[in-house]
Design a protein. Structure first.
Length: 589
């Protein structure tokens, strides 16, 4: 089962279905806060909830009309705001007939006591913790929806709220392991000292979950599973590059928000369509990690094969306009043809962007990041290949910043005088200079007037058997790290295990007296895959290229499965925005 399927099944089985009456005549209201809403919408559709007796879904934070004939199912994070809103629902009047409360993670004792002493307590029929405090973004990708982490983790000026933030994300990471039935060894990148603190916090949370459920981590090869915590400073190149695989390119260049792609259909009507890019679209799953050079051909081939199987030989659609005509002639296959229309449009838009200047950027970016040219020769004068783009007014400021950062990282830092000269050449403002300087807060050598900090970089792997496009030679560093972790070749000095957690198969914790075994039935455990997992958490944002790497390593290293996630999924522009704001007061963000 994929991460989305596991979470969806758990939400339905643990939260929704137990409250559905056998006669099917009762209807319930589902009330959620922001994180729960994102979690639920990621893996359950409204018709799934309707089938289980949910007649209305409501936002906890918004004003709601009382529904005293319905029972309220609250799926919320155990935060001060959410608990106070729940109490408020029953302080002046009864918002619902009664309340069934499901906390996404462990509820702090103070909040638990506040709730138990409130007027709402006598209306609560159910009170459980389900231990899912993350959003399953894809089948092997998760996000904690916690963008504040970047600013707290990397800027010493803002670390007043870091301790509570680390507690929060440690709990969220632990719920991922619990949801997957894993009790993994824990490793972290030691070159960033804050990683060890987070690793120990996660260890404490995992031990608490293991105490509640001694079956956690049981199964063939489960003792080999690992959780790897790494900071964004381990690779600042991958978030800066123009990626040319379909998914990464779409999110970088096409202005996609909330996974919704908007495009104009062809033909005389010229309507705007909105399409959700998710794993319910099998064509998207098939194409998203492929290089843009082959995507258009793949879509056209698939469409031709589909047309031939539907007895429409000779109907050759090569554009959105052709497809619009084909849909009119084959209305019974409108749904399938619309998928081809969407992906043909995606490919066309991406190729148009590529031909309008991205191709030139990619060539220089690849030379800067790999420090060799397409012939394998060492790049001797990086500035020479970069200057024509820096002085080209058609190149956007963001793209110039990306080039400058790649250049500085490749040089392992430059002096401030040299930086000012580069910025002057590139016509970059003083305000945008902060974006570059702030990258030093990730532990990178940016300005070196007072000497270079000692940094360690892993030796990159040669990949002679993998197909490489000249415009996509860079391989995300995390791919090397994933492979080495699975092969037990990861440098233990720079990626140590948390003490005592390298081998955990013999651990047997006592059963929790407070919660017993309500949260996990033995029947559910059998649904979990039995092979080992590598769970990778990147502090400060994961890129689409790193997500792709998780799928590639999983395919090559079976029976291992790699699950990757972060506090946020980032595009290059989001990464630049995070750097730009890193030294600003939080109330200005």
């Amino acid at each position: 089962m994929s991460l989305k399927q596991i979470v969806g099944s758990k939400l339905l089985d643990d939260v929704i279905r137990p409250l559905k009456k056998a006669d099917g005549k009762n209807w319930n209201a589902l009330v959620m806060d922001r994180l729960s809403m994102r979690m639920m919408s990621a893996c359950c559709k409204m018709h799934n909830l309707l089938d289980e007796g949910i007649t209305i879904v409501e936002d906890l934070t918004k004003r709601r009309e009382p529904l005293p004939t319905l029972e309220g199912i609250y799926l919320i994070a155990p935060t001060q705001e959410s608990v106070q809103q729940l109490i408020h629902d029953y302080s002046m009047r009864n918002q619902y007939k009664c309340a069934h409360v499901f906390f996404t993670e462990a509820c702090p004792d103070q909040l638990f006591n506040t709730l138990s002493k409130s007027a709402a307590a006598r209306h609560i029929k159910t009170l459980k913790e389900i231990n899912i405090a993350f959003t399953p973004y894809e089948s092997q990708v998760f996000t904690l929806d916690n963008p504040d982490t970047f600013f707290l983790y990397y800027n010493a000026q803002k670390q007043g709220g870091l301790t509570s933030n680390l507690e929060k994300i440690a709990e969220q990471i632990a719920t991922i392991c619990a949801t997957l039935g894993e009790y993994p060894s824990i490793r972290y990148r030691s070159d960033c000292e804050r990683n060890v603190e987070l690793a120990h916090l996660v260890e404490q949370k995992l031990d608490a979950y293991k105490a509640d459920d001694p079956t956690m981590g049981e199964g063939a090869d489960k003792g080999r599973s690992q959780l790897l915590i790494i900071d964004r400073g381990f690779d600042a190149i991958s978030p800066l590059l123009h990626e040319l695989t379909l998914q990464a390119m779409c999110y970088d260049l096409l202005g996609i928000e909330n996974d919704v792609y908007k495009y104009e259909t062809g033909g005389s009507e010229g309507m705007e369509k909105e399409v959700l890019l998710d794993e319910n679209d099998d064509l998207w799953c098939e194409l998203r990690h492929k290089h843009i050079a082959v995507v258009s051909n793949e879509v056209t081939k698939g469409l031709k094969k589909f047309s031939e199987t539907k007895a429409n030989k000779g109907m050759d659609a090569k554009s959105i306009k052709d497809l619009s005509l084909l849909i009119k002639k084959m209305p019974q296959h409108k749904q399938e043809l619309n998928k081809f229309s969407t992906h043909l449009s995606l490919a066309e838009e991406c190729m148009n962007q590529y031909k309008s200047g991205i191709d030139k950027l990619c060539k220089v970016e690849q030379d800067l990041s790999t420090q060799v040219d397409v012939d394998g020769e060492r790049v001797k004068d990086a500035m020479k290949i970069m200057v024509p783009l820096l002085i080209d007014p058609a190149v956007k400021v963001e793209d110039r910043l990306r080039l400058i950062l790649l250049y500085i990282i490749g040089k392992n830092g430059i002096t401030e005088d040299n930086l000012n000269k580069v910025l002057q050449h590139a016509n970059i403002s003083h305000a945008d200079k902060e974006t570059i300087v702030n990258a030093g807060l990730l532990g990178l050598n940016i300005l070196i007037d007072n000497g270079r900090k000692k940094t360690w970089n892993p030796t990159r792997k040669e990949r002679p058997n993998e197909q490489v496009y000249q415009s996509s030679r860079w391989v995300p560093i995390v791919k090397d790290i994933m492979e080495d972790a699975i092969d037990d070749k990861l440098d233990q000095k720079h990626f140590p295990f948390v003490a005592g957690r390298q081998f955990n198969s013999g651990f047997r914790a006592p059963t929790s007296a407070r919660y017993g075994q309500w949260h996990k039935e033995r029947g559910q455990q059998s649904q979990m895959r039995s092979g080992p997992r590598l769970i990778v958490y990147i502090v400060g944002g994961a890129t689409f290229s790193e997500m792709r790497a998780a799928y590639e390593v999983s395919a090559a290293k079976r029976p291992w499965e790699v699950v990757i996630g972060s506090d946020q999924i980032i595009t290059p522009n989001q990464f630049l925005g995070n750097l730009r704001n890193l030294n600003k007061p939080r109330d200005q963000l």
